[in-house]
Design a protein around this ligand. Structure first.
Ligand SMILES: Cc1ncc(COP(=O)(O)O)c(C=O)c1O
Length: 377
């Protein structure tokens, strides 16, 4: 047994100290630390506003609400994602409409989007799968022609760039996750970036019940009455989460560099192994290097997965497509064959360990073990 974890976080002593500082202070909920994180996140992404929330699911939900999406509307997205993406559309009361993905990247196939646009379509949610950005220029051009909003699921893609475009630069909003295994993490957490002041103000209210004053406004100034102009949710990020994220955000490019080196090492070590297809990085882009996934022969994936785990190597499957989850089958009548490219990836993909603390020797063990298994099966 090798004992190579699928993921390890990068929380350092200085991060713990920053959290302790919050714990020793009087103010634990949304306050100064959240504001500091939001400012730094906006600077990193080159966006005007950041709204810290409790998850990327919440970020997607609130973005859809702020975009005016509701019952009777349709939102186009990809089946090759975590179910949170499509679930957020249902949370907003709308209907998810899937289109198939590109074979090489697993990202939504922009060529297929126009075919499913109807009178009811309100928005498109592209997902930057594994950290590789979708073709945002093309998607934005289609969206503009049909007057649709683009909301990016950038849960994997904080550090990504494509054709000089970063997440949030061409869209209504971009949504990020700080879930336990993400590139920077607060256990649970999320953020929305947008360049529109009015939308940012609306999102700030929507993350806290729809009220127009946060606890920090009421705490730092004299007591002020608040109004509730709209109905919102309870999705506000707190100071403890923000304190954990600030230091990781300061180190984000260092952490990315380390994963990028490991990624290249994986490419070298796994090149040419029969039956293994390596991930591709599109030209003129910076891949956020969130998940390193290989495709193995159909029908053999689960056995390979079990054998890797038996050897003590942590693995994951990102993802079996959303439309084949039993809720989506039952509710919308989806079935096998509806989105063949997503289904093919879903039946062949394996995610291998990728995180800054992964040692090169560990990575080499993963590769030799996989190679041995491929020879045996
Ligand atoms: C592509 C994608 N979208 C959305 C989410 C949801 O993020 P969260 O867990 O922060 O709600 C995830 C989380 O794993 C994800 O991978």
């Amino acid at each position: 047994m090798h004992g190579i974890e699928f993921f390890k976080h990068n929380i350092e002593h200085s991060d713990i100290e920053r959290v302790n500082e919050v714990l020793r202070s009087i103010f634990l909920t949304t306050g100064e630390k959240v504001r500091e994180f939001e400012e730094k996140f906006s600077t990193y992404l080159g966006s005007r506003y950041t709204i810290g929330v409790t998850s990327c699911t919440a970020a997607l939900h609130l973005s859809l609400i702020a975009a005016g999406t509701g019952p009777g509307d349709e939102v186009i997205t990809t089946p090759m994602s975590f179910c949170a993406t499509a679930n957020s559309i249902l949370h907003a009361g709308a209907r998810p409409v899937f289109v198939d993905v590109e074979e090489d990247t697993g990202n939504i196939n922009a060529e297929l989007i126009e075919k499913v646009i109807t009178e009811k379509t309100k928005a498109i949610i592209p997902v930057h799968l594994y950290g590789q950005m979708c073709d945002m220029k093309r998607i934005k051009e289609i969206a503009d022609r049909y007057n649709l909003k683009v909301i990016e699921d950038a849960a994997h893609a904080i550090e990504a760039e494509r054709d000089e475009i970063k997440p949030g630069q061409l869209s209504f909003s971009a949504c990020f996750s700080f879930y336990a295994t993400k590139n920077i993490t607060s256990g649970e957490g999320g953020a929305i970036t947008t360049n529109d002041k009015e939308i940012a103000e609306l999102l700030r209210m929507l993350r806290l019940h729809g009220i127009d004053k946060s606890a920090i406004d009421r705490y730092t100034k004299r007591y002020q009455h608040y109004d509730m102009p709209v109905l919102g949710w309870k999705y506000n990020m707190d100071n403890i989460q923000a304190a954990l994220l600030i230091g990781q955000l300061e180190r984000i490019d260092e952490l990315w560099k380390r994963r990028d080196n490991l990624w290249r090492l994986y490419e070298d070590e796994l090149e040419g192994i029969k039956g293994i297809k390596l991930p591709k990085t599109v030209p003129n882009s910076r891949h956020a290097r969130h998940l390193f996934t290989v495709l193995v022969p159909s029908g053999k994936r689960d056995e390979i997965l079990w054998r890797l785990q038996e050897a003590g190597i942590g693995v994951a499957v990102n993802y079996r497509p959303i439309h084949l989850m039993s809720f989506y089958r039952k509710t919308f009548g989806y079935k096998e064959g509806d989105f063949p490219v997503a289904e093919d990836i879903g039946s062949r993909t394996i995610s291998l360990p990728l995180y800054p603390l992964l040692k090169e020797e560990g990575l080499k063990i993963v590769c030799t073990t996989l190679k041995r298994i491929m020879e045996e099966i």
